[in-house]
Design a protein around this ligand. Structure first.
Ligand code: GLU
Length: 433
């Protein structure tokens, strides 16, 4: 099994930090599925089905480099389950992209959409390429050629990609344009996370970080903690981490540590997050602005109320789970906690709010974008943020109710909400033929 690369849902941060325990996204996703299924009286045939993707498309993507040579890359689109609606999920450009990684991440998208009650299934795609080594024109050629290769299997009613690691709103604009040119009409709903000028939604880029902040606030309320007396450490100061940190800072929390690939800023008295540029504003600037620095590994074990891993996958492992000193972990990245670490944290009584709930603001605003594209009517930022808040509250309430009724972790509670909805839909639709 391939070792687990970063699995951030942060659509712009491309930080890489050495991780020790290797567990592939697919292994983690399957372990989590079995674990949650144990708590539910569900048809084992449906669980068996959900272990596998519906289809995985593998394509070769040849491009002419700027020096005139031709290079061929491998791309994937793993479509996991579509019982509740079209496939939905990001497209990542990263050297470690593999078929299995796309399948595991696609499974998480199925649960994420279901826990949010969105009418989508789950998918994930990617191209095994180091996007930092591509010029903008090479990246554009790669994206347009990939769009052509997967044209038959994507579309607003079939499968709707979005940004992920190494891709951004511009990448989505190229993908939309290439698809639309071939179809002979402008079809903005084929992708989400586009720039607003071509049908993107206001508030989409900030949405994953905003949902992390909203869920952190709701979790603090649940545990009767005043945000004013709550300390927070955020690993990864890209789009997810910086947006979450700044909102929580505005709402009264004290952010004591933030990090990027070079290390972490540590200010026990509190960081003024507005004055530290995020990875999108000035890449890798955190340590340059810091008076006190600690390592990324030390950030994970600082004495803090809330830890938000918002950079990459597999950072909380069996090696460091015992040393985590936070009472609450809110997962900003996709898959930051390995299954072994998850059990250790559960035994130690550390609450972990899972990625499929915490960072689901991204795909939720993607859903709003898709609705706006279909209706050809843009929403105001205020409307997007209000509706996002309402959706996050509804998902939180559903998960909290499972959490309170059963003696389980927050992750299992979120999986139970998601799985129950998916299983009911499978039962209602039945197996064809
Ligand atoms: N890549 C993001 C995620 O992991 C967003 C997916 C989407 O908006 O479709 O949630």
């Amino acid at each position: 099994m391939a070792s687990q690369p970063e699995t951030t849902c942060d659509e712009s941060s491309e930080e890489t930090i050495e991780v020790t325990e290797s567990e592939s996204a697919l292994e983690t996703a399957r372990q989590q599925l079995y674990h949650a299924a144990e708590h539910l009286d569900i048809d084992s045939n449906i669980v068996e089905r959900l272990k596998y993707p519906k289809k995985v498309h593998e394509v070769t993507v040849p491009i002419e480099r700027d020096d005139g040579t031709v290079e061929v890359f491998t791309g994937y689109r793993a479509q996991h389950d579509s019982v509740r609606g079209p496939f939905k999920g990001g497209l990542r450009y990263h050297p470690d992209v593999t078929r299995d990684e796309c399948v595991g991440l696609g499974m998480w998208m199925t649960w994420k959409c279901a826990v949010m009650g969105l009418p989508f299934g789950g998918a994930k795609g990617g191209i095994a390429v180091n996007s930092k080594e591509l010029s903008p024109t090479e990246k554009e050629r790669l994206t347009r050629r990939f769009a052509q290769e997967v044209r038959d299997v994507i579309g607003p009613k079939q499968d709707i990609p979005a940004p992920d690691m190494g891709t951004d709103p511009q990448t989505m604009a190229w993908l939309m344009d290439a698809y639309s040119m071939q179809e002979g009409e402008t079809i903005p709903g084929v992708v989400t996370g586009k720039p607003p000028v071509v049908g993107g939604s206001e508030g989409r880029e900030e949405a994953p970080g905003r949902s992390v902040a909203i869920i952190t606030k709701l979790a603090c309320e649940y545990y009767d903690w005043e945000l004013n007396n709550t300390t927070v450490a955020v690993q990864g100061y890209g789009s997810v981490g910086a947006n979450a940190a700044r909102l929580l800072d505005n709402w009264g929390a004290t952010i004591i540590a933030i990090s990027d690939v070079n290390g972490a800023m540590y200010e026990p008295g509190g960081i003024d997050t507005a004055t530290v540029p995020s990875h999108d504003e000035v890449p890798e600037a955190v340590t340059e602005y810091a008076d006190n620095t600690i390592s990324n590994e030390e950030l994970l074990t600082v004495d803090v109320d809330v830890l938000i891993p918002a950079a990459l996958g597999n950072v909380i492992t069996k090696e460091n789970a015992e040393a985590i000193d936070a009472d609450l972990i809110v997962e900003g990245a996709n898959g930051p906690t390995t299954s072994t670490a998850d059990s250790i944290l559960a035994d130690r009584g550390v609450a972990v709010i899972p990625d499929i709930l915490a960072n689901a603001g991204g795909v939720t605003v993607s859903y709003f974008e898709w609705l706006q594209d279909i209706n050809r009517r843009a929403w105001s930022l205020e409307r997007v943020n209000n509706e996002l808040e309402a959706e996050m509250q509804a998902a939180w309430d559903a998960v909290q109710s499972e959490f309170e009724q059963r003696d389980i972790t927050w992750r299992d509670a979120a999986y139970i909400v998601a799985l129950s909805r998916i299983v009911e839909a499978h039962k209602a639709r039945g197996l064809w033929p």
